[in-house]
Design a protein around this ligand. Structure first.
Ligand SMILES: [Zn+2]
Length: 198
């Protein structure tokens, strides 16, 4: 697909801001043997109520009459234990992440198969975008007109230096004019929330 056709398409980042990650639900202890009922308004403002246990997540969504039911299945892990999966309510595909679409939560494919924001950009804009992402990862702001951020507390020196040299490579080819461009916040906000996953 050409870049022109991709422009204006939904991006993984925009959809991913409101998403259900089965591993996060598992870590939060929501997928246990007994039924949990909670109002997760802070994390998911459009979910009025979530009821869940080992094999099912039921969501009462704002402005939806019928609750959405998401089946959960488990596969064994290499090192013991089991990992959970959600089944897309529309196509039943097994996935770790469901994103929010008009009809409720579904897999990325059912949400219109979005592309990553960087796939819709020109080479220069992509470099700018990736460099902004790197700055967010080290706790800085998404701007290329300030010095690269200092190493954050708790980040290994080697990790920091790897990220900084990647940023230098990306940024050195950009003109001052491009460096001053405003960051693509609608897509970058995703990386603020999911700094560990990308
Ligand atoms: Zn689906």
């Amino acid at each position: 697909m050409t870049r022109k056709k991709r422009r204006g398409r939904l991006t993984v980042e925009q959809l991913g801001v409101d998403r259900l990650d089965v591993r996060e639900l598992q870590r939060a202890g929501i997928l246990g043997e007994s039924l949990v009922s909670l109002t997760p308004a802070l994390l998911w403002p459009r979910i009025d109520r979530m009821r869940a246990y080992q094999y099912l997540i039921q969501l009462e969504l704002r402005h939806h009459m019928v609750p959405q039911r998401i089946l959960v299945s488990w596969t064994p892990c290499h090192y013991g234990g089991a990992r959970p999966w959600m089944h897309c309510p529309f196509c039943q595909k097994r996935v770790a992440i469901l994103v929010r679409a008009l009809a409720g939560y579904c897999c990325r494919k059912c949400a219109g198969d979005p592309v990553y924001a960087s796939q819709c950009k020109s080479t220069r804009a992509r470099r700018h975008y990736e460099a902004c992402k790197l700055r967010l990862r080290v706790g800085g702001i998404a701007s290329l007109s300030v010095p690269f951020p200092e190493r954050p507390r708790g980040m290994h020196l080697r990790t920091y230096e790897r990220l900084r040299s990647r940023a230098e490579i990306l940024e050195c080819g950009l003109s001052t004019r491009v460096r001053k461009r405003p960051p693509d916040y609608p897509n970058l906000v995703y990386y603020l929330q999911h700094t560990n996953s990308k």
